[in-house]
Design a protein around this ligand. Structure first.
Ligand code: FES
Length: 173
């Protein structure tokens, strides 16, 4: 009689333990599905209305700075006049912007050397020898296409995935 009762208690305790484990597992599983607010950060919509030709802004996307420059005709010409095959990280300017939207240059604002944020976005900041961005950490110069032209950085500034939702809004990510 006593043995049966003990077995019952043992089984009951085991069953409770299993339910408890399942209840604890749920929040862990849910954490693997990004919550709505995390998904929202995966892409960011930016209004382009206030950006004049020749101006640039900095926004934050997935915790990184993103530069959006509305290039002047001269800046586009400068980016396209160079023989890009000879550049350290050879890329055509055309491949770094969207077709028909050549004035909009959108870049991840992280130097490809050791990750500093290059200067040149805010008015008055040095833009380097090639008139794009200048990384003050070890002196990398980026051009008006965000391509590395001089200094220790091995790669061009990265172009993030983006799409123009309409003429005045771009969705990054
Ligand atoms: Fe930009 Fe070194 S981190 S030059």
């Amino acid at each position: 009689d006593g043995v049966t009762r003990r077995d019952f208690l043992f089984i009951a305790a085991g069953a409770t333990g299993a339910v408890g484990a399942a209840a604890v597992a749920w929040p862990l599983i849910n954490n693997m599905n990004p919550a709505a607010d995390v998904l929202a950060l995966a892409s960011v919509e930016v209004g382009l209305n206030g950006i004049e030709v020749g101006q640039a802004i900095k926004v934050s996307w997935r915790g990184k700075p993103v530069f959006i420059r509305r290039r002047t005709a001269e800046e586009i010409k400068e980016a396209r006049d160079v023989d890009w095959h000879t550049l350290p990280d050879p890329q055509d300017d055309v491949s770094r912007v969207h077709k028909g939207k050549d004035e909009w240059l959108i870049l991840v604002g992280v130097c490809t050397h050791l990750g500093c944020i290059p200067l040149g976005t805010a008015q008055g900041e040095p833009r380097g020898d090639y008139h794009g961005w200048f990384c003050p950490c070890h002196g990398s110069h980026y051009d008006t296409s965000g391509r590395i032209r001089k200094g220790p950085a091995p790669k061009n500034l990265e172009v993030p995935t983006y799409d123009f939702a309409n003429d005045t809004t771009v969705k990054i990510g």
